[in-house]
Design a protein around this ligand. Sequence first.
Ligand code: F6P
Length: 462
Amino acid sequence: MSRIVIVSNRTPGREPAAGGLAVALRKVLDEREGFWFGWSGKLSEDPAREARFENIDGLDIAQIDLTRDDYHAYYSGFSNSILWPSFHLRLDLANIESHWYEGYRRVNQQFAKALMAVLRPDDVVWVHDYHLIPLATELRNLGARNRIGFYLHIPFPTTDALYAIPHHGELMHDLSRYDLIGMQAQRDVAAFTEFAEHQAPSTFGAHTQPVDFSRTEIEVFPIGSEPDAFARMSTSPAATKMVKRMERVLGNQRLVLGVDRLDYSKGLPQRVEAYEKLLANNARLRRGVHFLQVAPPSRDTIKQYQETSDALDAMCGRVMGRFAEPDWQPLTYVKRAYGQPSLAGLYRLSRAALVTPLRDGMNLVAHEFVGAQNPDDPGVLVLSRFAGAAEIFPDALLVNPFDTDETAEALRMALDMPLNERRQRWTALMEAARHHNVNDWALRFLDRLAPGATATSSSRDI
Ligand code: F6P
């Protein structure tokens, strides 16, 4: 059986917390020969160009270092100040410094060179996310004829937003060098297909040939979590410790929870505004409800992220000033990360979760919240229509996160929802979370990518 090579910007050893993706892919690598390749997290003025192999907790990981300048242009610059905002339809927050493209391309070339030196002809390569769109082209330029797949964890943009990205023609040409492209949601494949069918023929990459996706297969592979593992974790000793701490503080108040990286795509100021409207419109709920927002800082060297953090500080301060009393606080806002067991405990304790990103690839918090519920007394998921998870969880209370009145009203419904309805909705959500679990997701993608795999009726050969 061929080896599996997973490639991503972050390797599992550097994940802030062991996420579902890392756990699922680790399982794949436990059963199949292979390794994980990526950036080491180290910056050096004169980095070695060969990959260093290390075995971390039983997982083979190959890593390279980057220079500070390359890292800045590739990660903070092109990836997170151009691609991320554009793919999330926030052109107002994009910083179009087209020279960052050179660093982005250079780092992809360095990845390709170091990987090529250790790649076998029959290895199957699975590349993850927007940091590494050019990797297949760069590997193929070095002679790789392997099966190479790409999975986009974030949404695919509309054609207009795509056109705002410098060198978008080359990037689309790069995508056409993959054998298989996986996306989170139907909406993403629809946007991609619109481009591939109508714009690609008149879009040119670095060469004079129009972009041609005829050899690339595109399919929806919605990522998931391990809901039953979350269920177990939610009653583990670490989770119970967190629950006990919170119960002491909460007393009779019902907990409303938000858990998100501190990112403008997550709609955090809008969410706090919706909570403010809930309290303003429903005086009876004051003192009986508490909103906890967990927001670990993210990409905080980028100005737009600092501004989001400031906006959230201001919103939380406003709600505190308006509604807090000497003996009651309407909300708690923590800018730090918690381990998964603590989060699982918080999910289980909460009566409602606000998962209201303005746009999101999937959103695994929604999946993990569902997994962690107590089946006898489950909480309610208030979910953005613009998260990929909305396609998986139609039984959540779906909201437009830009409409803070609508979100406030959905939260009121969640808090007033009778036990019967909560149970019915949760049963359907849990079934969907199980059906879309992350282990099946990984196996299904690798199955489609395997040499000799044939297209299914749901795949789109463009
Ligand atoms: O979901 C998109 C993503 O970029 C992942 O690839 C990454 O693990 C996560 O967001 C966190 O972002 P970062 O690696 O920039 O901290």
